[in-house]
Design a protein around this ligand. Structure first.
Ligand code: ADP
Ligand code: MG
Length: 247
C-alpha cells in the first residue's frame, strides 16, 4: 500500500490555476523529494495534503485512507513542517511540544513518553527549558520536527524546511531527516527548490507551473534527460507548460 497516493489533483485560486492534474504515489519508508522553482505549486500541494484547503478536483489517499471520506485516520498518519514556522517563540521547547500533544489528544502519560523520546532523538533534551526565541534557525527546525513526530505519523511532509538556514545547517538537516526515514521506516516528502538537497537514490517529483513534469528515481531522471540532474532540472523547468497558470 502506498504511503501517499495523489490522483488527478487540480487546484485554482480563483482564476489562477496552481496545480493541474497532478498524480503520483509514494511507497512506504521512502525519501521522496518534491523539487520545483518558486511558484511551482509545492506549498499549494502541502496545503491540500494537510486539508488546509479542500480538494477541488482529484483525490488524496494517505496510507490507504481517503482524506476526503475519512479525514481523521488519514490525518493521524501525517506529520507536517510548514514553510513558515508555527512555533510559539515565547514558550519553551518543551511547552511547544506539550501544547501540540494536547491538541492531538495524547494522554498525560503518552505525552511524557513521547516528549522525552522526541527531545532525545532531535538532540534537544538539554534545551528543553529554553525559549524558542533563544534558539538558532537549525534548532528551531528541530523543535518543529520533534513536534511533527510526536503522534508517531507514518508520513512526514516538510515544506522547504531548510529555507533560511546556512549551507552547513541546511545539509545537516537534510541528512538528519534521511536518517529518520531509514531508522524509523518513515515516509518523507521533502519539498525544496534546491538541487543539492536531492540524492541519486531519491524518488524525485519535479513540479513546474503546477504540473508534474517528471517523476522517478533521481539518477534515472538524470540519465533520461541527458546527463546531470542540474541540466535536466533546468531543461524541465524553463519551458512554459501550456495551459498552466501564467505568472
Ligand atoms: P511554491 O510553494 O512552489 O513556491 P505556491 O504553491 O506557493 O508555490 O504557489 C503556486 C502558485 O499559486 C503561484 O503562482 C502563486 O502565486 C499562487 N498562489 C499561492 N498562494 C496563493 C493565494 N493564497 N492566492 C492566490 N494565488 C496564490
Ligand atoms: Mg512554497
Amino acid at each position: 500500500m502506498s504511503a501517499l497516493k495523489v490522483s488527478n489533483l487540480s487546484f485554482a485560486y480563483g482564476p489562477r490555476e496552481a496545480l493541474r492534474q497532478v498524480s503520483f504515489s509514494l511507497p512506504p519508508g521512502q525519501f521522496a523529494a518534491l523539487l520545483g522553482p518558486n511558484g511551482a505549486g509545492k506549498s499549494t500541494l502541502i496545503a491540500l495534503l494537510t486539508r488546509l484547503y479542500d480538494v477541488q478536483s482529484g483525490d488524496i489517499q494517505i496510507g490507504g485512507c481517503s482524506l476526503h471520506h475519512t479525514p481523521r485516520p488519514a490525518l493521524r498518519q501525517l506529520g507536517v513542517v510548514f514553510q513558515q514556522s508555527t512555533l510559539d517563540l515565547d514558550l519553551s521547547v518543551e511547552q511547544n511540544l506539550r501544547y501540540h500533544a494536547a491538541l492531538h489528544g495524547l494522554s498525560r502519560h503518552q505525552t511524557d513518553l513521547r516528549v522525552e523520546a522526541e527531545l532525545a532523538r532531535q538532540a534537544l533534551t538539554e534545551r528543553r527549558r529554553e525559549r524558542v526565541r533563544e534558539l538558532n534557525g537549525g534548532h528551531r527546525r528541530r523543535v518543529e520536527i520533534a513536534r511533527a513526530l510526536l503522534h508517531e505519523p507514518r508520513l512526514l511532509l516538510l515544506d522547504e524546511a531548510s529555507a533560511g538556514l546556512d549551507p552547513a545547517s541546511r545539509l545537516a538537516l537534510n541528512q538528519h531527516i534521511r536518517n529518520l526515514c531509514r531508522e524509523q521506516n518513515l515516509s518523507v516528502l521533502w519539498t525544496t527548490h534546491l538541487l543539492d538537497e536531492v540524492q541519486p537514490s531519491d524518488d524525485l517529483l519535479i513540479l513546474h507551473q503546477g504540473r508534474l513534469v517528471a517523476s522517478g528515481q533521481a539518477c534515472a531522471l538524470s540519465l533520461e534527460h541527458g546527463g546531470d540532474l542540474g541540466s535536466a532540472f533546468a531543461r524541465l523547468t524553463t519551458s512554459s507548460t501550456s495551459g498552466a497558470a501564467a505568472r
